[in-house]
Design a protein around this ligand. Structure first.
Ligand code: SAM
Ligand code: SF4
Length: 324
């Protein structure tokens, strides 16, 4: 069985959020006060995560990414990863790296080799200001350890004009020295993050900054993947690469294969969609979860959930409550 939407796109990649909570407070993602905490019963427990994941795998999902909030804040994560790793899927994790050092051995045992780690600044003060916590040293140490242990590390950098655009070149230099893939992410609008189009640094702006520093002929385009999320480049002779996740100025909707499952068990057919369907209640009530998943996929819009960011009063959950 396959999940195909009304635009002919096969959906075989699921992102599961394990929690809305986080040990950082990145100002573009989380309100300073955190999110409104709800009783545990609103969220999937480990068994429910596995049950829903299995349903998706039966519907043709081949790749699962674990995310959050901060996924390692979920106390059951080890048990969840152990069980997910027994399914026939490519398993990966997105994390802020704060708690990563406690899990290296487990990840190695389970052969989970692909880690997307977030870091928006290489300057301690700035990093701590963005995340509203003082954990720069821990994060850098854990990212370096992940690289040196041979994990396939992608570094997520959300670029905001006037905040960290002056560090783009520094991040590209890091990709020359190490086998990492730096992904510059265009700033996206979510509830309470004071998004404005003039704070977005486009892929084009970022490439211009890079081209000023490195000779144009040394910047090489890497062939796009089938379901691309980032458009990738490398500097000639570099160990690693860099790329752009340009959801705002050059979206990837045409080849989108992504489905999201929020920590409270709702299926979201697009990061920007408000039309969520409740799989967790259905599972608990013994209803047919498969048909709800199919309905959600069939109703997917062609692009950005049908939203025009600049011209509409757009409302969505905050990113930490969606699952990035
Ligand atoms: N806590 C984990 C982390 O930070 O990697 C996983 C969840 S986080 C929501 C997933 C990714 O979404 C992170 O790389 C984060 O930087 C990105 N993100 C959050 N808010 C964003 C925004 N407004 N625009 C662009 N990316 C955003
Ligand atoms: Fe937490 Fe990740 Fe959001 Fe930062 S981006 S507040 S680390 S969930």
């Amino acid at each position: 069985m396959m999940l195909v939407d009304g635009h002919g796109r096969v959906h075989d990649y699921l992102r599961i959020s394990l929690t809305e909570k986080c040990n950082l407070r990145c100002n573009y993602c989380m309100p300073e006060s955190g999110i409104v905490l709800r009783n545990k019963s609103h969220f999937m427990n480990a068994d429910e995560v596995i049950a829903l994941a299995k349903t998706f795998v039966n519907l043709g999902v081949k790749k699962i990414r674990i995310t959050g909030g901060e996924p390692f804040v979920n106390k059951d994560i080890s048990q969840i990863l152990i069980q997910l790793s027994q399914l026939n899927v490519d398993l990966s994790i997105t994390s802020n790296a704060v708690l990563l050092s406690d899990y290296f051995e487990l990840l190695e045992q389970l052969n989970i080799r692909s880690l997307n780690l977030s870091i928006d600044s290489l300057n301690e003060e700035k990093f701590n200001a963005i995340t509203r916590r003082n954990l720069f040293d821990t994060v850098i140490k854990n990212i370096n350890e992940a690289i040196h242990r041979g994990f396939k590390v992608k570094l997520n950098v959300v670029v905001i004009k006037g905040v960290n655009d002056d560090e783009i070149v520094e991040f590209v230099r890091w990709s020359i020295r190490e086998f990492i893939s730096v992904r510059f992410i265009e700033f996206m609008p979510f509830d309470g993050n004071q998004w404005k189009v003039d704070k977005v640094l486009s892929q084009k702006n970022m490439l211009d900054i890079i081209a000023k520093e490195f000779k144009l002929e040394t910047i090489q385009k890497i062939q796009d993947e089938k379901n691309l999320i980032s458009r990738n480049y490398k500097i000639e002779g570099a160990k690693g690469s860099f790329g752009f996740i340009s959801t705002i100025t050059n979206s990837f909707c045409g080849t989108c294969n992504r489905i999201r499952l929020t920590a409270d068990g709702k299926i979201k057919n697009c990061l920007f969609s408000n039309e969520e369907l409740d799989l967790l209640s259905a599972l608990r009530n013994g209803e047919d979860v498969t048909s709800i998943i199919q309905k959600a996929i069939q109703s997917k819009h062609a692009k950005n959930a049908g939203i025009d960011f600049e011209n509409q009063n757009y409302k969505n959950r905050s990113m930490t409550a969606i699952g990035g």
